[in-house]
Design a protein around this ligand. Structure first.
Ligand code: CO
Length: 497
């Protein structure tokens, strides 16, 4: 397992560059086109990164929904353009890149195809930290011989302790993970817990197990968290090139390099390549002005609400649709209460959307007078187990609404083999090619794929040069909720992070 190199007296800290996935997802609604990335690949490949994160649910979704780009073509272009660098993706466990649980056979196919097309590192997470939802995808990655990174979604609650996270790391190691990632999607990881968590994992499982740390910059405290994590023994940290950093994004790669000077740690990144990557994206960024996040500075209120930056703007637009923009404060206060009722799930796709939407409905219509179908599923175990107990009264309401029972088994165990059926449905679509990649595109985005297959031949569409306000309003991968209440149907659309 390469990871820790020694150069002289200093320990080398490895870096994952986020520019091609999380950075533009967080800053410009995942809209960056492949053609705006290609010119940077040679420098990204030579800069000395441990890996370049470049693929995930939202980028895949944005490719087919907005950019008329085949996400598999994009992956192959990355492979070709960065032959010497590990390509890394974010995988939503049993949800793959979609929003529902897939049967194990589909998970296997997806991982096989991603590996075959060039993916090296699979960062696998489950929104509820339910290990049962990680077993199958991690086994699938191990089978391909690629790097399986087990992920701890970091959050805070009365149930979450350093001990509980270290226990989770132990189980991920038992499952065969090659490394552990502490994933802080909302910039909640403060410096001292960052230190304690990494130290706890290293102390219990030995210094050989590589620990990666992913943080966002939104709350302003996480560059220090990275430093403390490094002091505690973290091996790899995630950053984004400065011209695609900060705000709801990440800490700047160049700042990390400079920060480590004189500390006994160093990166092996080459500054001349970093400068060229920076200049390239600095030139590209203004093209996407219509999609740029409104959050530019620091937001420490996230420590209370726990709502990641992107989610706040989604909830604002939900409220606006219902003519209730002034209720934002109430909704923000409601979110932690809904989270408690739901057993303290971390807030990350899809739990962030599910909890956020329910909070909106509670404020608009009274507490749990209306349940979204997804919230009912969450309460009834259809996304997995939560760390804390769920509220029995709301569970009863969920049973009545969803007309299905509470489950305690792994959700995917309820699913029958579905590949053949998905394949037949996909191949019936005009423009769908007879390859597993197209079937997977249909499987994950059945509403969007038909249009994409139909128009794919027109070639990629760069939305950067001609942004319209309408596109800016909807982030990538919106999930639609329809709820009927008092004879009126409410459509709510929220987007993933
Ligand atoms: Co992130």
């Amino acid at each position: 397992m390469p990871g820790v190199y020694s150069q002289g007296m200093n320990k080398v800290i490895e870096v994952t560059e986020l520019a091609l996935r999380d950075a533009h997802q967080s800053l410009m609604a995942t809209r960056m086109a492949l053609e705006d990335m290609l010119p940077a690949l040679a420098d990204l490949d030579r800069a000395g990164f441990w890996s370049v994160e470049c693929w995930g649910g939202a980028t895949y979704d944005a490719c087919i929904r907005f950019l008329n780009e085949d996400p598999w073509e994009r992956l192959r272009a990355f492979r070709k353009g960065m032959p010497n660098t590990r390509l890394q993706m974010l995988l939503r466990g049993q949800n793959l890149l979609g929003y529902r649980h897939y049967e194990d056979g589909v998970v296997d196919r997806f991982v096989d195809k991603a590996a075959e097309n060039g993916m090296d590192v699979f960062r696998v997470f489950d929104a509820l930290n339910d290990l049962r939802n990680l077993e199958c995808p991690i086994r699938a990655v191990k089978r391909t011989g690629k790097h399986a990174q087990g992920t701890i979604c970091y959050t805070t609650s009365p149930m979450h302790t350093v001990e509980s996270f270290v226990d989770m790391a132990g189980k991920l190691i038992e499952m065969g993970c090659d490394s552990i990632c502490i994933k802080d999607m909302a910039a909640l990881l403060k410096p001292q817990p960052a230190y304690d968590l990494v130290k706890g994992i290293k102390a219990r499982f030995g210094s050989e197990i590589p620990v990666h740390v992913h943080v966002h910059a939104t709350t302003g405290v996480t560059m220090v968290s990275l430093m403390k994590a490094i002091e505690a023994g973290a091996d790899v940290v995630d950053t984004a090139i400065s011209s695609l950093s900060l705000g709801p994004g990440h800490n700047p790669t160049e700042s990390l390099v400079e920060m480590l000077e004189g500390t006994g740690f160093e990166t092996r990144l080459k500054k001349d390549h970093l400068a060229r990557i920076r200049d390239h994206f600095a030139k590209i960024r203004p093209k996407y002005h219509a999609f740029l996040s409104n959050i530019v500075g620091v937001d420490t209120e996230i420590f209370e609400s726990q709502i990641p930056g992107g989610m706040i703007s989604n909830m604002e637009s939900q409220l606006k649709q219902q003519g209730a923009a002034h209720k934002m404060k109430e909704v923000l206060e409601e979110v932690p209460r809904v989270r408690k009722v739901a057993g303290f799930p971390p807030l990350v796709t899809p739990s962030s959307q599910i909890v956020g939407s329910q909070a909106v409905f509670n404020v608009m219509m009274g507490s749990y007078k209306v349940l979204t179908g997804e919230f009912a599923d969450l309460m009834l175990g259809y996304y997995g187990e939560t760390i804390g107990p769920r509220d029995p009264e709301v569970m009863k309401l969920a049973e009545d609404k969803a007309k299905k029972p509470l489950i305690t088994q792994r959700p995917a165990d309820l699913l029958k083999p579905e590949w053949q059926e998905l394949r037949e449905a996909a191949l019936a679509l005009p423009g769908c090619q007879s390859c597993d990649e197209d079937v997977l595109t249909y499987a994950m985005f059945p509403q969007v794929a038909p249009q994409f297959f139909l128009h794919r031949k027109d070639g990629p569409k760069n939305v950067g040069s001609d942004p319209s306000p309408k596109q800016a309003a909807s982030l990538s991968g919106p999930v639609k909720y329809s709820v009927t209440f008092a004879g009126k149907t409410h459509d709510v659309t929220v987007a993933p992070l």
